[in-house]
Design a protein around this ligand. Structure first.
Ligand code: SF4
Ligand code: SF4
Length: 378
């Protein structure tokens, strides 16, 4: 029987040069000496898709070695970055012409720089994108974490991505140990949902089936920001995994505290993946009520339960083509209920994972914690 390939995310570092408003990871970096080694990367299983992320992955100067090793076991690699280290990104793409690059841009210039907390971050990110286009790098795109502060830039940025002939990925605010954050919440849900509705109609209008499915993903984001049950089951840790800079294998990056299936520095992949500890984590995933809607957990689910997004796409293309009927956010019953005052903002806030009184978890090792405390002079 052919070996089953998995979908993996490798968090190569928790260090980051940005200071985003929706993520405190830059305050909780990993210690460089502890970060995942090539020896541990060699133990990873075969994958049909690998996402390399951080922190900011290009902070690691040995990233090309990691990519080289991962190409021995993965059909496709995409690196998520804030795009700041232009020269390193270009150099890596010259070495690996098929690697995918996703640069997060959080809005037009002023908004992006405010959210990202990086001086000249927009121009850096955008010029990296342009250089990649000039060198005709085939797999480039940008991503945006939609929130109150940047929702108005959503369609404009999508149009910019079209001009550059690039992929455009969206996310919204989440709380978890990975973001070292528990207070993220959308305040003006109707305004943000309206912007998603506009984007969905742009995507449905295109000739690209991939964009129609992205429209479904964004429809799911409206559902998510209103705190409703995920549109598709979450099967993380079954054929999908995350590995953190310490070699800890986890189901996802959406949990409140780090959930560990095992540590790949100390065991083989087979031992870890088939262990009782991994089974326990899978049981928790089955009962998880966090209802995240992030591409890492939704993309595998969209492939697995393809009939559901496909039915949605066919319905909307049909309505659009034959009846000139556009998508409306009020198709989500909860949005209609909210507009009519049947549900209050306070009730919706309670459905979110935002917890203003919670001490955010960071998933750091004791050594990394000590290093931070030493740097602060405690
Ligand atoms: S969202 Fe990404 S770029 Fe921003 S601080 Fe967190 S890890 Fe860094
Ligand atoms: S819903 Fe899925 S992705 Fe989100 S925390 Fe739970 S198991 Fe992880």
């Amino acid at each position: 029987m052919a070996e089953k390939k998995l979908n993996g995310t490798v968090i190569v570092t928790y260090r980051c040069n940005a200071k985003c408003t929706m993520c405190n990871r830059y305050k909780a970096p990993s210690k460089p000496e502890e970060e995942i080694s090539i020896e541990t990367i060699k133990k990873l299983p075969k994958m049909y898709f690998t996402n390399i992320t951080g922190g900011e992955p290009f902070i690691r100067e040995d990233l090309s070695e990691i990519v080289r090793e991962l190409y021995k076991k993965s059909d496709r690699i995409v690196i998520s970055t804030n795009g700041f280290f232009t020269d390193r990104i270009i150099k890596l793409c010259e070495e690996f012409p098929n690697v995918g690059i996703r640069i997060s841009i959080e809005g037009l210039e002023e908004t992006n720089n405010k959210i990202r907390g990086l001086e000249d971050g927009y121009n850096k990110g955008y010029s990296t994108l342009k250089k990649l286009v000039e060198m005709k790098h085939p797999d480039v795109g940008f991503g945006m974490t939609v929130q109150d502060a940047n929702a108005k830039d959503l369609v404009l940025l999508y149009k910019k991505s079209n001009e550059l002939n690039m992929e455009f990925a969206t996310a919204s605010l989440h709380n978890s140990f990975y973001f070292v954050e528990s207070k993220n919440i959308i305040k003006d849900r109707l305004m943000v949902a309206q912007e998603f509705e506009n984007l969905i109609n742009e995507l449905l209008k295109s000739n690209s089936p991939k964009k129609w499915f992205r429209a479904y993903f964004n429809h799911g984001l409206i559902n998510y920001i209103f705190g409703q049950k995920r549109l598709l089951p979450c099967d993380m840790a079954f054929d999908t995994f995350f590995i953190d800079p310490y070699g800890d294998v986890m189901p996802c990056n959406g949990t409140k505290e780090k959930e560990v299936m095992g540590n790949l520095n100390n065991e083989t992949w087979e031992e870890l993946w088939n262990s009782n500890q991994a089974e326990e984590v899978r049981k928790k995933v089955r009962h998880c009520d966090r209802q995240c809607w992030m591409i890492g957990s939704v993309s595998p689910a969209m492939h697995k339960y393809i009939w559901k997004p496909a039915t949605w796409v066919i319905k909307h293309k049909f309505l659009n083509f034959y009846k000139k009927k556009k998508y409306s956010m009020y198709e989500n019953k909860i949005v209609q209920d909210y507009k009519e005052g049947k549900v209050t903002k306070e009730e919706l806030d309670k459905c979110s994972t935002c917890d203003l009184n919670c001490v955010a978890q960071d998933g750091l090792s004791e050594e990394s914690k000590k290093a931070i405390s030493k740097a602060k002079g405690n």
